[in-house]
Design a protein around this ligand. Sequence first.
Ligand code: ATP
Ligand code: MG
Length: 404
Amino acid sequence: MNHIIKKNHNISQKKISKNSIKVLYRLNKSGYEAYLVGGGVRDLLLGKKPKDFDIATNAKPNEIRKLFKNCRLIGRRFIIAHLIFKSEIIEVSTFRAKNNNIENNKLYFNSKKINNGMLLFDNTFGKIEEDVYRRDLTINALYYSIKDFGIRDYVGGIKDIKLKIIRLIGDAETRYREDPVRMLRVIRFSVRLHMHIDKKTAEPIIKLSNLLKNIPPARLFNESIKLFCFGYGYLTYIRLRKYSLIYPLLPFLFHTLSKKNKIFLKNIIIKCLKKIDSIINRKLICYPSFLFATLLWYPLIEKIQILLNTKKLKYSKAYSISVNYILKKYSILLGIPKNIILIIKKIWNLQKDIEMKKKYEIKKIIQNNNFFQALELTTLRSKIENKIELKKILFFWNKKKTFF
Ligand code: ATP
Ligand code: MG
């Protein structure tokens, strides 16, 4: 173990959230070990602002709950504690046992593997020296101690931060099989931190990409948001494609679409991600609803076209049947939560209102909470489809919206 003492690293306590410091001290004073770990340490060492702060401790979930009133225990695969503060949620996880203890050691009988090596239940508690090997990347496995303000590095994370290398801990194929989401995390961090993926870490990804199909949709949905809605969506998309991860992540893409809609979809994804990146880089909020309303637009159009061609329905009827069909199908397939589904529906319905430009409804349309997301979708459509009518419509709305 490499112990980097306080004066040899650049982490200053001022950069750590006050709540995390309080939690670390309280755990420590109650006789437990407590470390800041994961993205918090990594990003501070890289001179970036951490997205959140994660804490690792030898206190068990129930013991954590006793210490903190604002604690909620969550998770099925492994239980972790969420400490809920006004401005942030701090994740506190109990050190987990080393993987190869799982089969032999009866103390750790809470772990279960399924055939292809994926871990299902994983409430096996251990020591810091074991916990470190359960983490994904060397750069995510650095522990900052509140006791001496030093950093404990068991796996060469400091060196990899300096060399800018994304390296999985342990045998890459085994680690991906245990949890295929690690493949997405490798891509995400390599893009976000501008780092190079180590050869052995990169090598098995294409072969194993299909394992993502075993991951529950709700987890994949959360990962998609992290991949596409944090300012590097376009580059992440390109890298995911390079490693054959896009299809298993978004299985509907390019599936059962006509040639024309397939091309439209491919183009609109790229434009949509570039748009989201530029919105985030201007520090505006990003809406996952906009991402999915856009991604699902051409599958919706395809469904409407099929119904119109085969069932001789009125357009409005074909439209409403298709909306319900597509939203139901993909909310299950992609784990999109209900509140987001509702907004997607509103964005789609607004497409018609925007195209019709009914005089007496203009103010009402512009004041609709989802108008700006809807207009962005119309803008992307007009760029992709290159239709003069759509361009005229946009010209009209862009002039109008400045009045309100
Ligand atoms: P960020 O929060 O900035 O996206 P992070 O590295 O902190 O990045 P989290 O999802 O908050 O990511 O996870 C915290 C830590 O938990 C990680 O740094 C890593 O050590 C560990 N971890 C998270 N997900 C996995 C996983 N799938 N497999 C192994 N370890 C993981
Ligand atoms: Mg984190």
